[in-house]
Design a protein around this ligand. Structure first.
Ligand code: CO
Length: 134
């Protein structure tokens, strides 16, 4: 059911500082910052040969990562994103298994313009999972 790892998302308090650590210290290729208004974050993508790292900084007072950063002021791993072939088929199977899909259960458009869903961390080993239709 799960396909490739698409990205690991890391919440950070200062996007420019985090981008610089990845670009200068770790020598990675880092994209220009982009605003994700609908998701309440500003992000850069670190391009690795086999996946991406998404560095996210809160945007606005109602940012969904604001509370996370209050608990983890230095930043921290926020979610992992796996690719799936058909997000509706996977969603229905997971709901039938008793897993909780966050929000209204309808896929939203993610940072790459593709349908995404988030799954409750308590149902998946304490890790927030994002599913993205590949
Ligand atoms: Co993500």
């Amino acid at each position: 059911m799960l396909g490739r790892l698409n990205h690991v998302a890391i919440a950070v308090p200062d996007l420019e500082k985090a981008a610089k650590i990845y670009a200068s210290v770790l020598g990675a290729k880092v994209s220009a910052p982009q605003v994700e208004l609908a998701h309440g974050v500003r992000v850069v993508f670190v391009e690795l040969p086999n996946a991406k790292i998404e560095l996210m900084e809160p945007l606005g007072e109602n940012s969904p990562i604001k509370t996370f950063l209050e608990k983890n002021p230095a930043g921290g791993m926020h979610h992992v994103c796996y690719e799936v072939a058909d997000i509706m088929v996977v969603r229905d199977k997971l709901i039938a298994e008793g897993a909780r899909v966050l929000g209204d259960g309808k896929p939203k458009t993610g940072a790459h313009g593709k349908p995404v869903l988030f799954l409750h961390p308590k149902d998946f080993c304490g890790t927030l999972i994002e599913l993205e239709q590949a």
